[in-house]
Design a protein around this ligand. Structure first.
Ligand code: ACM
Ligand code: ZN
Length: 553
């Protein structure tokens, strides 16, 4: 009898501890990527029920986005439609999300989770949204899918989080020219950016191998420039050169672009469109050969690399055309930046073109490098007149930077350092640390990639802030971006495989302060987060994450 009583009381005690949600939580339940500035683990947990309310004192279109997003996550596995209500009082059992203008960082937030309620504070709606992304990572993975899970307990472990980003620019790029990716994939890519508190999507929309955006005034750009007759098989430079014989292409209509831009806005992601010039323009020239130096004839490129034919810098028609194109682009993309490429522009046609040479003479330019600078500066004047800012790859330094241009440093960091010294804004995107088309482990047995060796650990190790800059110059380093070039990435599955988890390392570098970064800790959190990535259906790389070559040195 005594024994039975003893067991009964132990069982009751255990039931009590579990049911009151007051005990310590499993360490693993606090896994957040990117790591918050400060996270204090506490006892107990908040449990969502069908009666939970999401309360906002300031209910605006923007703050509602954050609240609705949380409601949609809860609805996925439960079917509950939590009410989003306007009130100044955080009632018991609710999620209370308020704005606090005294907070200094526009994107920062605080998150207090207790068994009684969740309190979120942020200076602006985006901070509330990032708090929701943190709550998302603290909730069970079942919230990721719209599939009812009977008996699921939706709980968030108690904690106190104070968080804000290190950099204002946290970006990822996707090349949809070398291979074309559908709207659904682009939207999911944006989702994954938002989940990791990244705020910019750089959409590489035009290149030699395909023009991917409908331009109403020049329909042939998409109709002709959007398609190539076939594609190189294997690696560039492989012999014999063979092609797949498959007509390939696609483009986004302006309606689709508007839809993606609106989607990104709802996830607090800004899209920077890239319209390449003066080089990487063969698809446009295939459609409108009169814009070249020679007059053509051209085909949309079927191989990779750099081609000699570029826009003619001597013809005013080129600038009229580009201004018309950009006028349509500007209407579609409300963000402040337009990216105009500027990289890898061979000068061989300009050297022989009478019109380009005349332009050099008339404008008093020294050489073709200065002609490129003239080209970019002329376009920049147009963009500024439309209230936009120009971004270009670091080649736009050659021949002199356009007056207010922002530079993306991709050929290492020297271009970025030079631009910052010239007091220009810079985004660090050096190939040797953040080009996610590089191999991520020893190439043997891997799908064909462009080359390189860039394991997760090496990506994680990169710090975008150059120590050789003064404090004032450092202010021009806006942040970091990872790039996914797709010459050797033909499918969405492979894009996932190359992008993830290396993108998460870039997100942590972009958000988390340098002194809080720790690769072992990141790996431990990633190991827990894998369940979430599985639930989302990401085809992330599952091989060697350590830099084994560095370890051997
Ligand atoms: C680039 O990778 N050509 C910017
Ligand atoms: Zn020319």
């Amino acid at each position: 009898m005594k024994k039975t009583l003893f067991f009964l009381s132990v069982t009751l005690l255990l039931i009590c501890v579990c049911c009151t949600d007051s005990g310590p939580n499993d360490k693993n339940s606090y896994s957040v990527i990117p790591a918050p500035a400060s996270l204090v683990e506490m006892n107990g947990k908040f449990v969502f029920t069908a009666k939970t309310k999401i309360i906002l004192p300031e209910l605006t279109e923007e703050t509602k986005l954050a609240a609705d997003y949380l409601a949609s996550l809860v609805k996925n596995p439960t079917g509950w439609s939590l009410p989003v209500v306007k009130s100044k009082k955080p009632s018991a059992g609710s999620v209370f999300m308020s704005l606090d203008t005294a907070m200094t960082n526009k994107e920062g937030y605080t998150l207090n989770v207790t068994p009684g309620k969740i309190i979120v504070k942020a200076q602006s709606a985006v901070g509330l949204f990032y708090a929701v992304q943190t709550i998302r990572q603290l909730l069970p993975v079942e919230i990721e899918n719209a599939k009812i899970v009977e008996g699921l307990t939706l709980s968030v472990p108690a904690c106190e989080i104070k968080d804000e980003p290190r950099f204002v620019y946290r970006g990822m790029h996707l090349d949809v020219c070398r291979h074309f990716f559908p709207v659904s994939y682009v939207k999911r890519y944006i989702d994954i950016l938002a989940l990791h508190k990244m705020n910019t999507f750089h959409w590489h929309l035009t290149d030699d191998q395909g023009w991917r955006i409908e331009i109403k005034k020049y329909p042939k750009l998409a109709e002709v420039g959007g398609f190539r007759k076939e594609t190189l098989v294997g690696h560039l430079g492989g012999k014999p050169e063979t092609f797949d014989g498959q007509h390939y292409g696609g483009f986004y209509t302006q309606e689709e672009i508007k839809d993606v831009v609106a989607y990104a806005k709802s996830k607090f992601v800004t899209i920077i469109p890239e319209i390449e010039m003066p080089g990487h323009a063969l698809a446009a020239l295939a459609a409108y050969p009169e814009l070249s130096c020679t007059g053509g004839k051209f085909e949309v490129y079927t191989k990779w690399g750099v081609v000699p034919d570029v826009y003619c810098a001597g013809k005013d028609e080129t600038f009229n055309f580009l201004e018309d194109v950009l006028s349509e682009v500007i209407v579609l993309f409300p963000g402040q930046y337009i990216h105009v490429g500027g990289d890898e522009c061979p000068k061989i046609r300009w050297e022989k073109c009478p019109l380009c040479q005349k332009r050099i003479k008339v404008e008093g330019l020294k050489d073709e490098k200065e002609l490129q600078s003239y080209f970019i500066s002329r376009i920049e004047k147009f963009l500024i007149s439309k209230g936009k800012k120009l971004i270009g790859w670091d080649e736009i330094l050659e021949g002199g930077l356009a007056s207010e241009a922002t530079v993306m440093s991709w050929r290492g960091t020297a271009g970025g350092i030079e631009a910052a010294k010239q007091k220009h804004d810079v985004i660090m995107t050096p190939a040797n640390f953040v080009y996610l088309d590089y191999y991520q482990c020893e190439p043997e047995g891997q799908p064909l990639a462009i080359g390189g060796y860039l394991p997760l650990e090496a990506v994680y190790s990169y710090d975008p802030m150059p120590t050789e800059l003064t404090q004032d110059e450092q202010k021009h380093i806006l942040g970091i971006q990872g790039n996914v070039w797709t010459e050797y990435i033909p499918t969405t599955e492979q894009a996932d495989y190359m992008a993830y988890p290396r993108m998460f390392a870039i997100a942590e570098t972009a958000w988390t302060s340098a002194n809080k970064k720790d690769f072992e800790d990141f790996l431990a959190r990633f190991n827990i987060a894998k369940l979430r990535y599985d639930a989302i259906g990401l085809n992330y790389f599952k091989g060697e994450y350590y830099d084994t070559r560095a370890a051997k040195k």
